[in-house]
Design a protein around this ligand. Structure first.
Ligand code: NAP
Ligand code: ZN
Ligand code: ZN
Length: 351
């Protein structure tokens, strides 16, 4: 298989900083497109993976799964895109396409495991996949998304993970008018959850540990805010919500958030902390509450969400950074010091 070398940023060990690396990309095969990456969002999953917090990271690791750019090359069989088109790639770049989940268009739940954009398995080169902290990426056209042309491109990048990861559960649990929905953890995912749930017509309640985000909540679209560090505010809001989306990246007491749910309410976890989260039996039993999880979203859902954002003029609130600033950005992410998503301007990688 023909390959070429591209510039990237990644890490060679859990405790090492990210630094410039050279990686191999395959040349486009018949159904591939090659994308010149313009912007890449910085997801907390990038940090969890770079530092091997979920175990199983293969090094060197090049993170990045909120990718937008312009198509620079297409394979001979490509029909959905042409050279020069804007295009985007999210958290997965392939799946088995044969299992029950793939056949019904839920590739994210592929029974053989979807192929993740980074730290996945690159079947053509028989090694790990490398993500969007790089100049270019080569992806099968079926896993490439179209980008609405009316949105700020840099601020669109985070929709590819933070957007769809909140969109998919909000849709799955039928969030809309008449529903009171809590969003916990107002980082990259959470702030998109607030914007999307509001645009879907729900009554949105922001639940945050950060006093500085209380003032921002209304601007993001929240109808109410709960400061979760206030026992009084948490008690006053017990048994009031139909659905809670938990977007927290670190250890936290899920029971406190379950207590906000009404009878039959569901808390869906999308946040993926390193260690298990204990659940008390009596957080669930007396009120028949549900505790659930959800991973990213399908390709069809991702396109649906992008088109919805185009119509409703929804993008992420971003802070644009240079590739060389990624290690500082990770430190700030850990402190919750970003409003609300870092996005890397990939031009900086050419320096
Ligand atoms: P992020 O921007 O760092 O946001 C995380 C937020 O969690 C913080 O802004 C903070 O919000 C809250 N938080 C942090 N520490 C906390 C603590 N100890 N107790 C309570 N709240 C705390 O991260 P992100 O990129 O949105 O990702 C969030 C999580 O989702 C990560 O674990 C990531 O790996 C995971 N994720 C999962 C999927 C999936 O498919 N399921 C996809 C993408 C990401 P406040 O300041 O408002 O309290
Ligand atoms: Zn992500
Ligand atoms: Zn499959």
């Amino acid at each position: 298989m023909d390959t070429h070398i591209v510039k990237a940023f990644g890490t060679e060990a859990p405790t090492e900083d990210l630094k410039p690396l050279s990686i191999e990309r395959r040349e486009v095969t018949a159904l591939d497109v090659e994308i010149d990456i313009l912007y890449c969002g910085v997801c907390h999953s990038d940090l969890h993976t770079a530092r091997n917090e979920w175990r199983g990271t293969i090094y060197p690791n090049v993170p990045g799964h909120e990718i937008v750019g312009r198509i620079s090359k297409i394979g001979t069989g490509v029909t959905k895109f042409k050279v020069g088109d804007l295009a985007a790639v999210g958290c997965m770049v392939d799946s088995c396409r044969e299992c029950e989940q793939c056949k019904k268009g839920s590739e994210q739940y592929c029974e053989k495991g979807n192929v993740q954009t980074y730290n996945g398995y690159e079947k053509y080169l028989n090694k790990q996949t490398f993500g969007g902290y790089s100049e270019r990426i080569v992806v099968d056209e079926d896993f490439v998304l179209r980008v609405p042309d009316n949105l700020n491109l840099a601020a669109t990048a985070p929709l590819l993970c933070a957007g769809v990861t909140t969109w998919s559960p909000l849709k799955h649990w039928n969030v809309g008018p008449g529903m009171k929905v809590g969003i916990v953890g107002i980082g990259g995912l959470g702030h998109m959850g607030v914007k999307l749930a509001k645009a879907m017509g729900a009554h949105v309640v922001v639940i945050t540990t950060s006093p500085s985000k209380v003032d921002d909540a209304q601007r993001l679209g929240a109808d109410e805010v709960i400061l979760s560090t206030s026992e009084e505010q948490m008690k006053a809001n017990a048994n009031t919500l139909h659905f809670v989306l938990d977007c927290v990246s670190a250890q936290h007491d899920v029971n406190a958030y379950l207590s906000l749910l009404k009878v039959d309410g569901t808390l869906a976890l999308v946040g993926a902390p390193e260690h298990p989260l204990p659940i008390a039996a009596f957080s669930l039993i007396p009120t028949r509450r549900n505790f659930a999880g959800s991973t990213i979203g399908s390709i069809a859902e991702t396109q649906e969400m992008l088109d919805f954002c185009g119509v409703h003029n929804i993008v992420s609130d971003i802070e644009l950074i240079k590739m060389q600033d990624i290690n500082t950005a990770y430190d700030r992410l850990l402190k919750g010091d970003v409003k609300y998503r870092f996005v890397i301007d990939m031009v900086s990688l050419k320096n």
